[in-house]
Design a protein around this ligand. Structure first.
Ligand code: NAP
Length: 361
C-alpha cells in the first residue's frame, strides 16, 4: 500500500448484525478507515462496546470498543457511508447523507428498485454504475437482498449463455438473516417457518433488475419470471436455495457446468474483497451444506451443487450464499471498492491492488 491515507467511512446501523460484520471487515481494510459508527437514538452517545450485542465469532475490534456511537441521522464529512440500517430508518436517513454529498453504499431494501439506484453485484452488473456517473458526489448504490445475491450469481452465467426465462426458487434461510434479536427461539428451535415477510417479492423482482441492461439512463429489467417460496430454518449463517430454471436455449448439464465453472473462476483482483472465485461447483449429491461450505472464499464464494436436468423446466441446482458476508456486509464492501476503483468517490483509494487478496476457494 502507498503512504496515502485510507478513505474515511461511516457505518450507519453499526450495532446490528450486518453493521457488526462491517465493523469487523473494516478493521484492517487496506482502503477504508471506519471513523464514525452510528446507530439509533437508543445507542447514540454510548460507547459502541456497551451499545452493541456483539454476536460474531471473532472478538470486537479494539478501535470499536470505546468509540462513541453517533446518531445515524446526522451526516458527517466522510468519503463513504455504509448503511446497515433497518429498512424504514434507511428510507429516511440514507437520502440525508446523499444530499450532504456522501456516497451511500446500502444493504437496506429501501431504494433498491429506484430507477437511478444501481442494484449491484460487481461480477454481474458493474456496468450499472453508469446510473450514478456524473450525478454529483452524493448518491445511493445498493446490494441485493441476501438470498437474491446467491440467486443472481448462479443465474448470471446461465442467462448470458442460454437466456434464463423462468425460475422457481425455494430458499432455506438462516436466522441471522432476520437481524438481532430476530426470530424467537421458541418459534425456530427444531422447526421450520414458512414465508419470510417481504422476502419472496424481493427475490421475484430484484434478479430481473440486476440481470437487466441500462438503456437511456434506466435499467430495462431482463425478461425473467421468478417464483419464490421462502422458509426460515434453524441454521446460524447461510441461505440455501433450490432452483429450477427454464432456459431460452436448451443445453446439456455438461455445457451448463462449463459455463458456471468459467464464470466462477472470474474474479476482480483489483478489489481487495473479491474472492479468488465467485462460484465454487461441487459434484455429488450432498453439497453444498451451510455448516461445511458457507465460509468458502472468506464467505464471499457462492457454492453450487446438485446440477441436474429438470423434468419440469430445464435445469435444477442448489446454491448456498453467506447471507451476512457475500449477501450483506462483504457485498457492500465489494461495491464500495468498485466505486473507488472506478473513480466515483471524492478521493482515490491508497493504491489499487494488482492481485486478489481473497481467501480460500
Ligand atoms: P439489525 O440487526 O436489526 O440492525 C439494525 C440496525 O439499524 C441497528 O444498528 C439499529 O440501531 C439501526 N436502526 C434501527 N432503527 C433505527 C433508527 N430509527 N434510526 C437509526 N438507526 C436505526 O438488522 P440487520 O440484520 O443488521 O440488517 C440491517 C439491514 O441490512 C436491513 O435493512 C436488512 O434488511 C439488510 N440486510 C440484512 C441481511 C442479513 O443477513 N441480516 C442481509 C442483507 C441485507 P440500534 O442498535 O441503535 O437499534
Amino acid at each position: 500500500m502507498s503512504g496515502a491515507p485510507r478513505l474515511k467511512v461511516a457505518v450507519l446501523g453499526a450495532t446490528g448484525i450486518v453493521g457488526q460484520r462491517l465493523v469487523a471487515l473494516l478493521e484492517r481494510h487496506p482502503w477504508f478507515e471506519p471513523v464514525i459508527l452510528a446507530a439509533s437514538a437508543r445507542s447514540a452517545g454510548r460507547p459502541y462496546g456497551e451499545a452493541v450485542h456483539w454476536s460474531l465469532e471473532t472478538p470486537m475490534p479494539r478501535f470499536a470498543q470505546t468509540a462513541p456511537v453517533a446518531p445515524a441521522g446526522k451526516p458527517c464529512e466522510v468519503d463513504v457511508a455504509f448503511s446497515a440500517l433497518e429498512a424504514e430508518a434507511a428510507r429516511e436517513i440514507e437520502p440525508l447523507w446523499a444530499a450532504a454529498g456522501v456516497p451511500v453504499v446500502s444493504n437496506a431494501g429501501a431504494f433498491r428498485m429506484e430507477q437511478n439506484v444501481p442494484l449491484l453485484v460487481p461480477e454481474v452488473n458493474a456496468g450499472h454504475l453508469e446510473l450514478v456517473r456524473g450525478s454529483g458526489e452524493g448518491f445511493v448504490v445498493t446490494n441485493p437482498n441476501c438470498a437474491t445475491t446467491g440467486l443472481v450469481l448462479a443465474l448470471a452465467p446461465l442467462h448470458r449463455a442460454f437466456g434464463v426465462e423462468r425460475v422457481t426458487v425455494t430458499t432455506l434461510q438462516a436466522i441471522s438473516g432476520a437481524g438481532y434479536p430476530g426470530v424467537a427461539a421458541m418459534d425456530i428451535l427444531g422447526n421450520v417457518l414458512p414465508g419470510i415477510p417481504g422476502e419472496e417479492a424481493k427475490l421475484e423482482r430484484e434478479a430481473a433488475k440486476i440481470l437487466g441492461k441500462v438503456e437511456h439512463g434506466a435499467v430495462k429489467p431482463a425478461p425473467i419470471t421468478v417464483s419464490a417460496q421462502t422458509f426460515r430454518v434453524p441454521v446460524a449463517e447461510g441461505h440455501l436455495l433450490s432452483l429450477s430454471v427454464r432456459l431460452g436455449r436448451r443445453t446439456t448439464v455438461a455445457e451448463a457446468r462449463d459455463v458456471l465453472e468459467v464464470f466462477g473462476r472470474s474474479a476482480l483482483p483489483h478489489l481487495p474483497s473479491s474472492p479468488a472465485r465467485c462460484l465454487r461447483l461441487f459434484e455429488g449429491e450432498s453439497a453444498p451444506q451451510p455448516r461445511r461450505h458457507v465460509g468458502l472464499g472468506s464467505g464471499m464464494t457462492v457454492s453450487i451443487g446438485r446440477l441436474r436436468p429438470c423434468p419440469v423446466q430445464d435445469l435444477r441446482l442448489v446454491a448456498l450464499v453467506h447471507n451476512t458476508l457475500r449477501g450483506a456486509a462483504g457485498g457492500a464492501l465489494l461495491n464500495a471498492e468498485l466505486l473507488a476503483a472506478e473513480g466515483l468517490l471524492r478521493r482515490a483509494p491508497p493504491r489499487p491492488l494488482e492481485s486478489s487478496s481473497g481467501g480460500a476457494t
